[in-house]
Design a protein around this ligand. Structure first.
Ligand SMILES: Cc1cc2nc3c(=O)[nH]c(=O)nc-3n(C[C@H](O)[C@H](O)[C@H](O)COP(=O)(O)OP(=O)(O)OC[C@H]3O[C@@H](n4cnc5c(N)ncnc54)[C@H](O)[C@@H]3O)c2cc1C
Length: 414
């Protein structure tokens, strides 16, 4: 870390600071960080999670995700399905359409390798289940409300200086994992560069209660200004994920509620009758980012710390969950074979596994957004022909669904 922090630290005699050791230190107790910690439950490795926020604050995030079949399978393998399955929606249909063009593509469970096309899961359900499991893993230590003050490389791994309840503490780790989100401190500390861009769009989210049943149907409507998704949630609620150019998104957010709802209805359609807004709309930046490396000696990145994508298709968290499961598998195997878990040759196995697969998803979400978010006539013709082709070619439809639900490439078992 920077020189002024280092000199300040030198004023605190190291003997007065508590010193502890762990095999794996994970920075960030979001869904991805906790999935990794839980997936290491039988590895024989000691794991410590460092989270800057309180447990209550991390769970309070107001977001619902399209939760893929592969993510669901990983949660089943972790033994979490009883806590999660009944509290999420099991999509019985996903309907894709191009603006108000009448021909749609419909995905049903019969096209899918499971009893649903996808799931709709709220953040608190996923994180609550993981937090419950994590507190029962005896080799796992959780530090909430803990600030990472300093990071130093040592001959055996990394030394973290932490501050909790006004006390400094030293944690030595053989492997440091950055699961600390898009603005990752660990990625910065490691000097790992990224490539990507900010989109011309922002994303608006809100939660609605429709008058009629949502029938567990999800919608992805591509408007020229950006994709507009509706995810069915338990209790006949719907999460809206609406992307629009920055200025338009800002103007929408500034509208009084009845005008905002009128704009929303124009894009939403009438399938579910009257709509009531349950949560005030929020706006998020949208960007694509891929780290040049996911690993270096003694360090690995997972989830948004390693990559971010456009929300179209609901892929970001699902990619992160697969990263976590893959890294856990690699580390467990290495530990069983008595290899060093911080060794770059071990960590490169994880990078080779995940980075190319994630590239494919980043490219696909980018292409979807660019092809549909415009009014160019040749592209309009091309994409509408494409939708017709997908709807009428079952093997193509099934192949697309496999990619979108994570059932492609090497599949992690945790
Ligand atoms: C509007 C919107 C809709 C989305 N919809 C979907 C969807 O439908 N499906 C999907 O798969 N994805 C979706 N995503 C993407 C998804 O939200 C992210 O990919 C996912 O939350 C990343 O999880 P993470 O655990 O890697 O990072 P985060 O959720 O950002 O968690 C990082 C954790 O690290 C902690 N932290 C950060 N810095 C530090 C530090 N220095 N020290 C200690 N702790 C730290 C944070 O407090 C946090 O708890 C959506 C994103 C947006 C914006």
């Amino acid at each position: 870390m920077n020189a002024s922090t280092a000199s300040y630290l030198n004023e605190t005699p190291i003997q007065q600071q508590r010193i502890s050791h762990t095999d794996v230190a994970i920075v960030g107790a979001g869904v991805v960080g906790l999935t990794l910690a839980c997936a290491l439950r039988n590895s024989g490795l000691t794991v410590t999670i460092v989270e800057v926020n309180s447990r209550a604050k991390t769970i309070a995030r107001d977001r619902a995700y399209a939760f893929s079949l592969m993510s669901a399978r990983i949660f089943q393998q972790l033994g979490l399905w009883e806590q999660v399955g009944p509290y999420i929606t099991h999509f019985q249909r996903v309907r894709m359409s191009d603006a108000d063009y009448g021909k749609t593509v419909n995905f049903y469970p019969t096209d899918s390798p499971a009893a649903a096309v996808c799931y709709g899961a709220e953040h608190h359900v996923l994180l609550g289940a993981l937090q419950g499991l994590a507190t029962n893993i005896h080799r796992l230590t959780l530090y909430y409300e803990t600030t990472l003050v300093d990071v130093q490389a040592t001959s055996t791994g990394t030394q973290l200086t932490l501050e909790r309840d006004g006390q400094r503490q030293i944690l030595h780790t053989r492997l440091l994992v950055g699961a600390d989100g898009a603005r990752s401190t660990i990625r910065d500390y490691a000097g790992i560069q990224t490539s990507g861009w900010a989109y011309w769009q922002s994303c608006i989210t809100t939660v609605l209660a429709p008058a009629r049943s949502h029938q567990n149907t999800a919608y992805e409507r591509f408007w020229p200004s950006g994709p507009f998704a509706i995810l069915p949630l338990p209790g006949n609620r719907c999460q809206v994920v609406w992307t629009a150019p920055h200025e338009e998104a800002k103007a929408l957010l500034a509208l009084p509620e009845h005008e905002f709802m009128a704009e929303l209805r124009r894009r939403y359609g009438n399938d579910m009758g009257e709509l009531q807004m349950l949560r005030p709309p929020m706006m998020f930046p949208v960007r694509l980012m891929q780290s040049h490396r996911y690993v270096q000696p003694g360090i690995a990145l997972v989830g948004d710390a390693a990559h971010c994508c456009h929300p179209v298709g609901g892929q970001g968290l699902n990619m992160g969950i697969r990263d976590a499961a893959a890294l856990a598998k690699i580390l467990q195997t290495a530990h069983t074979r008595r290899e060093s878990i911080g060794d770059i040759r071990v960590l490169k196995r994880y990078e080779r596994w995940r980075r190319t697969e994630n590239w494919l998803i980043l490219a696909m979400t980018d292409l979807l957004n660019r092809v549909f978010s415009n009014r160019l006539l040749p592209l309009v013709w091309l994409r509408r022909t494409g939708l017709w082709l997908i709807e009428h070619t079952i093997p193509l439809k099934r192949m697309i669904l496999r990619v979108m639900t994570g059932f492609f490439g090497r599949q992690p078992i945790v």
